[in-house]
Ligand binder design. Sequence first.
Ligand code: AMP
Length: 144
Amino acid sequence: MTAEPVSGVIGTMRSMTTEQAEPSIFTRIVQREIPATIVHETANVIAFQDIAPKAPVHLLVVPKTQEYANVVELAAGNPGLLAEVVDVANRIAHDPELMTSSDGEKFPIGQFRLIFNTGEAVGQTVFHVHAHVMAGNLQEGSLA
Ligand code: AMP
């Protein structure tokens, strides 16, 4: 007789837990649930092509954990992981193939722009910390 209300409560608790743990789009890339052009991967970090590039070279470097929403949280919570993100950005910027535009233009090795959008008001749309690695004829005096 009392079994039904109890199982209803447990069901609600389970669905809340599932909602709280909802994977970000980048976690789904890490887990190969959605496709991406992955260019580098370590135990803790993954790098892939941005799906909507805003520069001739536009890659994303992402900690595999979605525990940190932005770079401020990452720096406070795990500075070593932030250093690993920067190291992976530098490594991919030393790959001549990745420092080439889709039409074959080559850009200087090891020179790149590293952007962490932090907050909706400056354009952050994915709240799983990620670094944009950009290169290719970017203008001095412009951050776009
Ligand atoms: P932000 O605006 O700083 O949060 O950056 C999010 C970036 O993720 C944007 O540049 C998007 O183009 C990129 N992005 C969103 N979904 C995907 C995806 N499925 N694969 C690759 N890049 C993505």
